[in-house]
Design a protein around this ligand. Structure first.
Ligand code: ADP
Ligand code: MG
Length: 699
C-alpha cells in the first residue's frame, strides 16, 4: 500500500494510489466509472461463485458455476485460425471440454496435454458434451481451502482489459483500507438509520464484496440479506434524490405563462360530440394549472388505451394558441402522426387554427411549405415524428411540446426538441402521454422528476372486449367470425407478427397473409397496411378503413399505437405468443372503442412456453391496463417494462425495483427528510451511486 495508515476519505483517494494501478489500468477503470477508491467499493458484484469446493467432473450439470481440477489430455485446433481451440481435461471421474475462441500465443504454448488446470466457470452443453467457454483458470492445482480465504468469490462487471482477478485485487485492497480506518462516509443520518435498523455501510460493503462461504449463493442472488437491502435502499434513495434535483432545476427555469380566459377551449368543448369524463376533466385542470405558471411544465399523463388522452392534449394546445404561441405534437410512428394530424385538423380547423404535418416521407416541396408556415407562424400546431428533431425545423413561438406514447422516445430526443423551443431564456412546456400503466409506487420513483396525472376512467358506453385464445390450427373458425362480423357491417383487424427483426420480412408476411385471406374470403374487402408502404398509400388505406370501404385490415404491428376506428370490433392477432403483454394490450385496445361488443382472438402456435402461456392467460382474464402492467412487471421485471428509462439510462447496481418495492415508501420519506434537514449529504449520495451517469436525465 502506497498510502500510510491514516484517516483517509476514500471518496477523495484516487485509484492510482492502490498497488498495481498503472496509468493504463486507471484509464480502463474510468470506463467502468471508477475514479476513486470509493468507486471501487461501489463497483458491486453481479454474482458469486462458491470456489471453496472442487466438483468431480462426473457430477457436473449444465448451468452449474463450478470449480474443477484436471489434466489436459487432448487439444484440438483447426488448421486455419489457430487461435481457436477445444481442450479436453479429465479427472478421476470424467472429463470436460474447454472451448476457446481466441487464445494468445502464450496460452497456445502453455495449454498443452499434461498440464494440470484449475478452472472456474459455468458448465454448458456443447457439441461434444459438457463444456466451459473461456473459463477463468489457474495453472496447477490450487489449494482451495486456503485460496480466497473462506469467502464466496465475487464476479464483477468487467470490460476489455480488466479481468476478474484485477478487480478482486483492487476490491481486496480497498476493503483493507476500510478496515484500517479509511473513511467510507455514512451518508444516512444515524437518527434515521436507527429507525430502519440497517447494518452499517462498512459492514454492508464488506459483506457484498466477500460474503462468507457459508452463505448460500442462491439466497444472495435473491438479494434478501440485510446488507444487500441496506445498499439497495441507499441506491434507490440516491436515484430518487437525483430525479428530485432534476425536477427542482426545471422549476427554476422560465417558461411562458399561458394564462388566458380559455375561450378557445370553451368553443372546442362545445363542438365536441361528447362530454369529457370526470378523469379527463381532472387531468385537464391539472395541466391548465401548470401552463399558467411561468415555469416549464413537465407532466406525465398516464391513461389506459382508449381513455381519451388526445382530447386532454387538445385542450393544452388550445391554451398555448390562445396565448399566441405554437404547439408541437410528437408521435412515435408515421401512422400515428398522420392519425393525430387528421384528428387535430378535424377538431381545430373550425376554430381557425392551422395544423401542419411533418413526416419523414413527405415530398421536399410539401415539407418546405410546412417549415415555412411554421417559422412564419402561419401554422399553430405541427404534428410529426422524428422529423421534428431535424435542424431545419424552426418555430416562430413554440410554447408547448406534446409527446405521445412517451416510451418510444429517448430522453435525449426530447431534450433536443426542448432546446428548439428556447428563446428569451424560456423553455417550452412538456406534456408527455403514455398508455403504459405503471403501479403507482414504481411510477413515483422512476418518474420522480415529472409531475404525474392518471386518467383512471374510460369514456362511458364501451362494452368490454371478450378475448379468446385459440391454436393456429383453428384458423377456419376465425375466418368464420370475420365473415359474420363483415356481414353485420362491422370491421376487423388481422395483425401479423413475425419473429424476424427485419421490417422487410414482416411486411412480406403481411402481404402474403392478405393474399391468402383474400382467397379464403372472396366477398370481403381486404386492405393491407405495413411500415414499408408509402405515406400516401397508408393514408388511403386508413381512410378507406375509416369509411368502412375495407372490412378487414391486414396489418403488421404498426397499428399498435393510436389507430382509432370505432366501428372495428374484431381483432385477430396471429402468433400472439410472440408479443409481450404491453404490446398485446395496445393492439387489443384498437377495438372496443364503439358501442358494439368487441372480440379479440389471440391465435398461437403450439407448443407454448411457460411465460407465453401466462401472458395469454392474463390477456384472457382481464382488460384492465393496470392489472396487466402489474403482471407484466412480475413476468418480465421492471427493467424491460419501463424500457429505455431503466435500461442503460438508470441502471441499478444493487436494487431491483420490483423486488425492493417495499422499500420505496421509506425511500420517499427519507428523501424528504434529507432535503429538509441534511441537504449536504445529497450531492455526495448522488455522486456515490450515480457517478458519471448523473446527468442522464437532462430533459
Ligand atoms: P387514447 O387515450 O388511447 O389516446 P384517444 O384519445 O384516442 O385514446 O380516444 C379514444 C376514443 O375515445 C376516440 O375515438 C375519442 O374520440 C373517444 N373519446 C375520448 N374521450 C371521450 C369521452 N369523454 N366520451 C366519449 N368518447 C371519448
Ligand atoms: Mg393515443
Amino acid at each position: 500500500m502506497k498510502t500510510e495508515r491514516q484517516l483517509l476519505d476514500l471518496s477523495l483517494l484516487p485509484c492510482h494510489q492502490l498497488t498495481g494501478v498503472v496509468k493504463k489500468l486507471s484509464e480502463r477503470l474510468l470506463r467502468l466509472g471508477i475514479h476513486c477508491v470509493q468507486d471501487v467499493l461501489f463497483h458491486l458484484p453481479l454474482r458469486y461463485q462458491n470456489r471453496t469446493e472442487i466438483r468431480p467432473m462426473r457430477q457436473l450439470m449444465p448451468g452449474d458455476p463450478v470449480v474443477v481440477q484436471g489434466e489436459i489430455d487432448d487439444v484440438t485446433q483447426p488448421k486455419v485460425g489457430r487461435t481457436r481451440a477445444m481442450i479436453r481435461i479429465k479427472d478421476a471421474t470424467g472429463h470436460l471440454y474447454l472451448r476457446f475462441f481466441h487464445m494468445t500465443a502464450s496460452q497456445c504454448h502453455t495449454l498443452q496435454p499434461g498440464t494440470v488446470l484449475t478452472c472456474f466457470g459455468e458448465v454448458r452443453l456443447g457439441t461434444r458434451g459438457l463444456e466451459m467457454v473461456h473459463p477463468e483458470y489457474h495453472i496447477g492445482t490450487v489449494n482451495i481451502s486456503v485460496q480466497e480465504e473462506d469467502s464466496l468469490t465475487p464476479i464483477y462487471p468487467a470490460t476489455d482489459g480488466i479481468t476478474q482477478t484485477m478487480l478482486r485485487k483492487l476490491t481486496k485492497q480497498a476493503l483493507q483500507l476500510v478496515t484500517n480506518g479509511g473513511v467510507l462516509k455514512e451518508l444516512l443520518p444515524s437518527s434515521l438509520l436507527k429507525t430502519i435498523a440497517f447494518p452499517t455501510l462498512q459492514e454492508a460493503i464488506q459483506f457484498v464484496h466477500r460474503p462468507p462461504a457459508t452463505v448460500s449463493v442462491e439466497k444472495l442472488m435473491q438479494g434478501q440479506h440485510d446488507f444487500q437491502k441496506r445498499l439497495a435502499f441507499e441506491e434507490l434513495l440516491a436515484h430518487r434524490l437525483s430525479l428530485l434535483q432534476l425536477k427542482k432545476s426545471f422549476q427554476t427555469q422560465r417558461a411562458f405563462s399561458l394564462k388566458n380566459q380559455g375561450i378557445l377551449s370553451f368553443d372546442f368543448l362545445r363542438q365536441l360530440p361528447f362530454e369529457l369524463t370526470r378523469a379527463q376533466k381532472k387531468v385537464a385542470e391539472e395541466v391548465r394549472h401548470d401552463l399558467n405558471e411561468p415555469h416549464p411544465m413537465l407532466r406525465l399523463v398516464q391513461g389506459d388505451v382508449g381513455s381519451g388522452k388526445t382530447a386532454v392534449a387538445a385542450l393544452a394546445i388550445l391554451q398555448a394558441i390562445e396565448s399566441g404561441y405554437q404547439a408541437a405534437v410528437l408521435a412515435p410512428t408515421e401512422l400515428l402522426a398522420e392519425q393525430h394530424f387528421h384528428v387535430f385538423t378535424h377538431w381545430l380547423t373550425p376554430l381557425q387554427i392551422q395544423v401542419v404535418l411533418l413526416s419523414g416521407q413527405m415530398k421536399t416541396a410539401a415539407k418546405r411549405e410546412a417549415l415555412k408556415r411554421l417559422v412564419e407562424h402561419q401554422a399553430h400546431v405541427v404534428v410529426g415524428t422524428h422529423a421534428l428533431f431535424q435542424k431545419n425545423v424552426q418555430f416562430a413561438k413554440l410554447a408547448l411540446v406534446v409527446v405521445d406514447e412517451q416510451h418510444r422516445f429517448g430522453v435525449q430526443q426530447r431534450a433536443q426538441l426542448r432546446e428548439k423551443g428556447t428563446y428569451n431564456h424560456c423553455y417550452p412546456h412538456q406534456l408527455i402521454m403514455t398508455a403504459t400503466p405503471i403501479p403507482r409506487t414504481l411510477a413515483m420513483s422512476v418518474y420522480a422528476d415529472l409531475d404525474y396525472s392518471v386518467i383512471d376512467e374510460l369514456p362511458p358506453g364501451r362494452t368490454p372486449i371478450t378475448t379468446r385464445v385459440i391454436a393456429n390450427t383453428r384458423r377456419d373458425e376465425v375466418l368464420e367470425r370475420i365473415r359474420i362480423a363483415a356481414a353485420s357491417g362491422r370491421q376487423a383487424y388481422w395483425v401479423c407478427t413475425l419473429i424476424e427483426e427485419s421490417d422487410v420480412l414482416q411486411c412480406k408476411a403481411a402481404e402474403n397473409t392478405a393474399k391468402e385471406l383474400t382467397a379464403f374470403l372472396p366477398n370481403i374487402k381486404i386492405g393491407l397496411l405495413h411500415g414499408k408502404m408509402k405515406n400516401a398509400e397508408k393514408e388511403e388505406v386508413m381512410a378507406a378503413f375509416k369509411r368502412a370501404d375495407i372490412h378487414l385490415l391486414v396489418a403488421t404491428t404498426v397499428i399498435e399505437v393510436g389507430v382509432d376506428v370505432p366501428n372495428a370490433s374484431l381483432m385477430v392477432i396471429e402468433n400472439a405468443e410472440r408479443l409481450g403483454l404491453a404490446q398485446l394490450h395496445q393492439l387489443r385496445g384498437r377495438v372496443g372503442r364503439g358501442a358494439v361488443a368487441s372480440h379479440c382472438v389471440l391465435m398461437y402456435q403450439a407448443p407454448l412456453s411457460y411465460f407465453a402461456k401466462e401472458r395469454l392467460a392474463v390477456m384472457r382474464e382481464t382488460t384492465d391496463g393496470f392489472h396487466i402492467a402489474q403482471r407484466d412487471l412480475e413476468l418480465r421485471g421492471p427493467g424491460e417494462v419501463l424500457g429505455t428509462r431503466q435500461t442503460g439510462e438508470v441502471a441499478l447496481r444493487m436494487a431491483d425495483l420490483l423486488r425492493d418495492s417495499e422499500l420505496l415508501p421509506q425511500v420517499e420519506h427519507m428523501a424528504d427528510q434529507l432535503q429538509q434537514e441534511y441537504p449536504d449529504s445529497i450531492p455526495l449520495l448522488i455522486k456515490r451511486w450515480l457517478g458519471k451517469q448523473q446527468d442522464y436525465g437532462h430533459v
